[in-house]
Design a protein around this ligand. Structure first.
Ligand SMILES: Cc1cc2nc3c(=O)[nH]c(=O)nc-3n(C[C@H](O)[C@H](O)[C@H](O)COP(=O)(O)OP(=O)(O)OC[C@H]3O[C@@H](n4cnc5c(N)ncnc54)[C@H](O)[C@@H]3O)c2cc1C
Length: 388
């Protein structure tokens, strides 16, 4: 028998398991899928190229503690991915910067004036939001803001979320900043890495501990019992602490309704290198179909002579029982969904040995560094709970 059950072998579950194992607890992980790693899972395709099944992932952080945590398991390759967005047939560097202005405005005298005006307004080498640009008193700056908002932020968000931008939590589109400089890094964090051998290799190393056992292709919800008289959860004969990283609404049989998610579908192609996009990531805010193309042959350290392996990404509405879109990817944050989640979170608190965490149980978009921190804190809470 084990001391702690972890539901879900994604990053959150794996890191929580490792922390508990290192503190001397025997941990059993059950995973619904036939592989470890959750959404960071990658594998080698027929060309020998490492591809990421659930969409492009790069590890990035400013947090030294998390950086040390990752590099203790695997060597890493620095990787500073680039992205271009396609608007009116132009390939514009993303996030928006002076390099983007030079491409958007054919009249370079106007472009130079606009850049000067932006520096006067916000200062040189600053980072602002599109809303700051839209709210400027100067009409040329407001026009630039309107261009970015209309052509990129509004269209991309509407396509990604399948609903008007006004109904989406503003934090979602504020994630893409505007640079008042020539610099155009896609990611701003100090450490930007690909693990040597990929994220599945990293996952293997995290759970490689004598106190950790893993059971794949097992849906915990088939056997998890919720006793609402004793306020306790159990799994077969096991009555100890349960770290739950699956969907919170499914755990409680959708008692307050189904939480909304956006899903993704991918079309994979091996194409000639000269037909591939020039950057590892390309965004397509226009049109009504795909939203992004990832070229995995531009991820280090790989290369495929004369060819590119691309994943074309189509956002769709999440529907658990359909053939397409049946994996929940991004929590759709609206005032209604937040209120519904809060009810589930309150309900979960009633169960003394239940510890929900991770993107599905917290109904929250986490980057990998944030989900690792969340797992550290949950492992400490489990240890302090006195249940194991
Ligand atoms: C398209 C995309 C791109 C991303 N890119 C980046 C990036 O570049 N950098 C970055 O830092 N972050 C990125 N992220 C975020 C990153 O994927 C998450 O931080 C991370 O995967 C969250 O891990 P998790 O363990 O919370 O969830 P998951 O990885 O989803 O793991 C949960 C696991 O629980 C399992 N499970 C669910 N229910 C049950 C059940 N009933 N029984 C048993 N098992 C169950 C699931 O099968 C899954 O394996 C991206 C996310 C997406 C969607």
């Amino acid at each position: 028998m084990y001391d702690v059950l972890v539901v879900g072998c994604g990053l959150c579950g794996m890191v929580a398991a490792r922390e508990l194992a290192e503190k001397g607890k025997k941990v059993h992980i059950v995973e619904r899928r036939d592989h470890i790693g959750g959404n960071i899972y990658d594998y080698y395709d027929n060309n020998g190229i490492l591809v990421q099944k659930y969409g492009p992932h790069v590890f990035f952080t400013d947090n030294e503690k998390i950086e040390k945590y990752i590099t203790r398991f695997v060597p890493v390759h620095s990787f500073y991915p680039e992205c271009r967005t396609f608007i009116d047939g132009k390939a514009i560097p993303m996030p928006f910067s002076f390099a983007s202005i030079d491409i958007i405005y054919e009249d370079q005298t106007y472009a130079a004036k606009l850049k000067k005006s932006l520096v006067n307004e916000f200062g040189v080498n600053t980072i602002v939001s599109v809303v700051d640009v839209l709210n400027s008193d100067k009409c040329e700056i407001r026009e630039y803001g309107a261009y970015m908002y209309e052509h990129e932020y509004r269209k991309y968000s509407a396509k990604q979320w399948g609903r008007p931008i006004e109904t989406i939590d503003p934090s979602v589109f504020m994630r893409v900043p505007v640079y008042i400089s020539n610099k155009k890094p896609y990611l701003r964090q100090k450490y930007q890495y690909m693990p040597e051998g990929g994220f599945t290799e990293l996952s293997k190393q995290i759970i490689d501990h004598p106190n950790i056992s893993v059971e794949l292709e097992t849906d915990a919800l088939d056997s998890l019992q919720i006793d609402n008289k004793k306020n306790w959860v159990s799994f077969h004969e096991f009555n100890g602490p349960v770290v739950y990283t699956g969907p919170i609404d499914a755990l409680f049989q959708y008692e307050y309704g189904q939480l909304p998610y956006r899903a993704l579908e991918f079309v994979w192609k091996t194409i000639s290198k000269n037909k591939a996009p020039s950057t590892a990531l390309s965004a397509f805010p226009e049109g009504d179909k795909y939203i992004r193309i990832t070229d995995y042959t531009q991820f280090p350290p790989q290369e495929l002579l004369g060819k590119a392996v691309i994943a074309i990404e189509f956002p769709v509405e999440y529907k658990a029982d359909e053939l397409c879109g049946n994996e929940p990817y991004y929590p759709t944050l609206t005032s209604n969904s937040r209120a519904m989640y809060e009810k589930y979170a309150e309900l979960a608190k009633e169960y003394h040995n239940l510890f929900p965490c991770g993107r599905l149980a917290d109904f929250k978009y986490y980057n990998m560094d944030a989900v690792i921190e969340r797992a550290f804190s949950v492992a400490n809470i489990v240890m302090a709970s006195g249940h194991c």
